[in-house]
Design a protein. Structure first.
Ligand code: URA
Length: 234
């Protein structure tokens, strides 16, 4: 059970004091019944509305972003812009953080949430969630590279990678599927084959594909089925 003013503020749309004012003004309903007291407690999952409009007061929220180059995958940085700077005001109030990291110059699908358990399941190799990248390399990848990726590469510093899928595409483009997220992993895997990575874009996490309509730096909330796609294979 949670106090109504806290519940309403969880939406990111209102501060606690704004929530109290709205409730006292009779503009808030819970499960269709007008609510008059900010102190009244309600169960998680009840339906809250303001002026008849449904308000999402869920504890945990999930978003996808098309990360643009230059934005840091961090919640704060003294000198440089982070992915949180790409959010709108109410989204910023939700306490979101990026699920794992993309390098500063990597673009594409980045999940943001305030659910630590979800983030852990996406990131940890234990859960085997496959991340799909589109890479441009200095020269084309070939059959020997494909075989080396599938056997599990050993990087120049001795780091052993789990078996991964490499699919050469047209020209110097290739698709890389990995289920772990070591530091600069995909770039280092490609470099270990003597084919430095010139640009990298993440296109999918599990079976969840980046929404092509988002545009650079765009962000939107996941639908329930999309959240489940993260843990399905494509
Ligand atoms: N691998 C990399 O090398 N960089 C990223 O940003 C993500 C995966």
């Amino acid at each position: 059970m949670i106090r109504l003013d806290r519940l309403l503020a969880r939406s990111g749309l209102y501060s606690r004091s704004e929530a109290r004012r709205l409730i006292r003004a009779g503009r808030v309903a819970v499960d269709g019944e007008a609510a008059a007291s900010p102190e009244a407690k309600y169960p998680d999952g009840c339906a809250v509305s303001v002026d008849g409009e449904a308000v999402n007061c869920a504890e945990f929220r999930y978003f996808m972003m098309d990360k643009r180059a230059g934005a840091l995958s961090a919640t704060e940085d003294a000198g440089q812009g982070t992915v949180l700077d790409l959010l709108t005001g109410w989204q910023r109030a939700l306490g979101l953080f990026p699920v794992g990291r993309l390098d500063k110059d990597t673009t594409g699908l980045l999940l943001l949430t305030n659910d630590g358990g979800f983030a852990h399941r996406v990131i940890s190799p234990k859960y085997g969630v496959v991340k799909t990248y589109l890479a441009l390399t200095a020269s084309p990848m070939g059959a020997e590279d494909v075989a080396a990726f599938s056997e599990g590469l050993v990087l120049s510093d001795g780091t052993r990678c789990l078996p991964a899928v490499l699919e050469p595409l047209e020209g110097c483009l290739c698709r890389v599927l990995v289920s772990e997220g070591k530091y600069h992993q995909v770039k280092r895997m490609l470099a270990s084959r003597g084919k430095p990575c010139l640009s990298l874009r993440r296109t999918a996490i599990g079976a969840l594909e980046l929404d092509a309509g988002l545009g650079e730096g765009g962000c939107r909330e996941l639908r329930q089925f999309e959240k489940e796609l993260v843990f399905s294979s494509s």
